[in-house]
Design a protein around this ligand. Structure first.
Ligand SMILES: C[S@@+](CC[C@H](N)C(=O)[O-])C[C@H]1O[C@@H](n2cnc3c(N)ncnc32)[C@H](O)[C@@H]1O
Length: 397
């Protein structure tokens, strides 16, 4: 399978072509400070061909944190001389398979020579770009990458491609460079101009439909730049826009939630027309299982029609009882929040009964904080109930 090789005149790729050529001739082109970049992040490089180590240009060691298992299929984005591919190949064993993808033809040639020298038969190097991954949907279990996504100008496209090629439940384990904290002096790297903040990185992964995002900045590179370890996963459910035809199922899930007595003050689900009038048309999602059945929904409603609060909305999230505890609510709420931030909303708020610990946990996981407890704020079935008011402020304000 072949991809769309990026243009050979790209100055970034020309630099990597030169690095591959020099490494192939025996020169060490990896960073020599031994700390922030290159082979210094690895304890086991003496087991791979020297040319792969000489051109180690990463900013971490994704293989060390990926917890690869026997038989898994792995994709390394921007695989360079093939160091991470060869180390992964050993972890997944003969029943597994590892793809390396790189836009620089010279890197692909070098990596293929290194694989031959290492006798690795379960690896394959693809010439193509991370913006158009030349693999089928759901082709891989794990995507790794080492200091490559920072170079991409269109990270949304890269993350959408990662989500596309991962199987549901698949994982993302990446070393990359992010912006974090104060601009502390000048940057020690020249690829930082396209680096994004931790919050922007998280939001972009959420927009792509990836979940369980964790971004841990590690060593500082100066200029507000840090190496970072990024983990994420592809949820086992799909998330898509809610259509009017979904309403009977959405309403049934809503009614089921109402019946718990712990979800809302609403006594019953309204008719479609009323629900449709009171919720924001561009912020309605459903989660679907492997058969395409709707198993949960989430939506935003304006809190008031006062102009000053135009960026403030209230969320609702309901998950079918058979699908609780499987990350469905998290996947829905993360996507809802990411899309709302992109649309310019600065606050999402919600009221949650104190007994509804699952919803409290869900919202806090997605960055909501408890503003306060509203005592005896309303009656449900004749009994006064408290709620917690929670809100999530956008980091893009
Ligand atoms: C900093 S080096 C890292 C190489 C390797 N991951 C490592 O740890 O040594 C970046 C690599 O990404 C490749 N690359 C840059 N932009 C790319 C793109 N858009 N698509 C695919 N590969 C790309 C370059 O050719 C280069 O091999």
């Amino acid at each position: 399978m072949s991809g769309d090789p990026a243009t050979p005149v790209d100055p970034v790729l020309a630099r990597y072509a030169e690095a591959a050529r020099r490494a192939g001739e025996g020169e060490c082109v990896c960073a020599d400070d031994g700390s922030h970049f290159g082979a210094g992040h690895y304890a086991d490089v003496d087991t791979v061909p020297a040319a792969a180590v000489r051109v180690s240009l990463g900013c971490g060691n994704p293989v060390a944190v990926a917890e690869l298992r026997e038989g898994e299929t792995v994709l390394d984005l921007g695989s360079g001389g093939g160091l991470d591919v060869l180390l992964s190949a050993r972890r997944v064993g003969p029943s597994g398979h590892v793809y390396g993808l790189d836009a620089t033809a010279e890197m692909i040639e070098l990596a293929r020579r290194n694989a031959t020298e290492a006798g690795a038969s379960n690896v394959e190097f693809l010439h193509g770009s991370i913006e158009h991954i030349p693999l089928d949907d759901r082709a891989v279990d794990v995507v790794i990458s080492n200091c490559v996504i920072v170079l991409a100008s269109d990270k949304d496209t890269v993350f959408a491609e990662i989500a596309r090629v991962l199987r549901p439940g698949g994982r993302v384990d990446i070393s990359d460079i992010v912006r974090h904290g104060a601009e502390d002096g000048s940057a020690a790297v020249d690829c930082g101009d396209r680096a994004i903040t931790v919050d922007q990185y998280q939001a972009a992964l959420w927009r792509a439909g990836l979940t369980q995002v964790s971004i841990q900045p590690t060593d500082t590179l100066g200029g507000g730049l840090h190496n970072a370890i990024v983990h994420a996963a592809k949820p086992c459910v799909g998330v898509r826009r809610m259509e009017p035809d979904d309403w009977p199922t959405v309403r049934a899930i809503y009614e089921d939630g109402i019946a718990t007595g712990n979800a809302t003050f609403e006594p019953s689900a309204p008719a479609w027309d009323q629900w449709d009038r009171t919720h924001l048309p561009d912020h309605r999602l459903v989660a679907t299982d492997a058969e395409g059945r709707v198993v949960g929904w989430a939506a935003l409603a304006p809190v008031t029609d006062r102009c000053v609060y135009r960026g403030v909305a209230e969320d609702s999230v309901y998950v079918h009882r058979d699908h609780h505890g499987r990350g469905v609510g998290t996947a829905l709420l993360e996507r809802l929040v990411a899309a709302s931030e992109q649309a310019g909303y600065w606050t999402i708020q919600t009221g949650i009964f104190p007994d509804n610990t699952a919803s409290l946990t869900l919202h806090q996981r997605v960055g909501f904080r408890i503003v306060g407890r509203r005592e005896r704020i309303g009656q449900l079935n004749g009994a006064w109930r408290d709620t917690y008011l929670l809100e999530r402020r956008s980091h893009n304000m």
